[in-house]
Ligand binder design. Sequence first.
Ligand code: GLA
Length: 383
Amino acid sequence: MDIEYVRSRFTKHFDGTTGFVYASPGRINLIGEHTDYNGGFVFPGAIDKGMIAEIKPNGTKKVLAYSIDLKDYVEFGLNEEDAPHASWARYIFGVCREMIKRGVKVEGFNTAFAGDVPLGAGMSSSAALESTYAFALNELFNGNIDKFELAKVGQATEHNYCGVNCGIMDQFASVFGKAGSLIRLDCRSLEYQYFPFKPEGYRLVLLDSVVKHELASSAYNKRRQSCETAVAAIKKNHPTVEFLRDATMDMLKAVKDEITAEDYMRSEYVIEEIQRVLDVCDALEVGDYETVGQKMYETHHGMSKLYEVSCEELDFLNDCAKECGVTGSRVMGGGFGGCTINLVKDELYDNFIATAEKAFTEKFGRSPKVYDVVIGDGSRRIL
Ligand code: GLA
């Protein structure tokens, strides 16, 4: 990401001035999808792509914001009724509001930002944007808010200003990321552990189907609703069950007739997926990448057939991976488009990429994008 580029745009738009520059990354997730809002485990890592923003308090009550990539400029006030219409600006506005709700004395500022994490590709560009501003405003307006609460500011922004009832994974990974490490987070207790991730002889690569996902398009919220319905049914027999994390397959089977077949399928996937994260952690500790990969394929199957958040293009990429002997492959993130994440042996890498590109282009008339995963640091000030 190019700091000088952001600075040159900021200086141009704001009369030759300069501010402070902050960055936050997007994320990958090795395994544990749609488990976060079910109190389960996730296993993400920050990446070397994200958002950069230059920010300078302007002594007014207004935010003057410029999106460098979209070449769009928006001004807004800091009261609830001042919400801007542009969706990109709502993220910044939401973060300001959530910081204010937590007692931070946010004042007006000038800002310009740009990013190199692809939008709508399941790599959490929106969390990168939220974390950048949450981290920055906390420093610039002496907020004293801890890192977990900064992640929650981003999550609450999604809930209250963007219409997505997301879990905590993306914002957590963006704020807490550490170069070279994945992080296992228990989304119920919020305990986490860094796992250095250097798979000898393997690479992680993303293949972007370039199908834009529309997380906000109620499908995501509907999945969450299904899980909550199943929990409510289970709770009648087991009052201590708060999340699907607390439930077993036997508990779910016992309420099969009380919930819809769809809610049952969704919950089955989640219960199995939570266990898969733990299995992958165990396998990683003994360097057993074959098991890691096998679990990734199982996740893909569950996301495609039970949770139904895959699509033709992603299933196709997953099949290509299987045919090329790739160790593990699955749709990553919320789904409905975006990327597959692939664990590939070094010696198979070139053939896999060439084969997948050719086959995908023949079938869909366009090439998938390829991103080699580099695990980077979380939110920080860079200038
Ligand atoms: C999106 C959400 C996350 C998580 C994933 C699926 O990225 O923002 O909270 O639920 O989908 O694992």
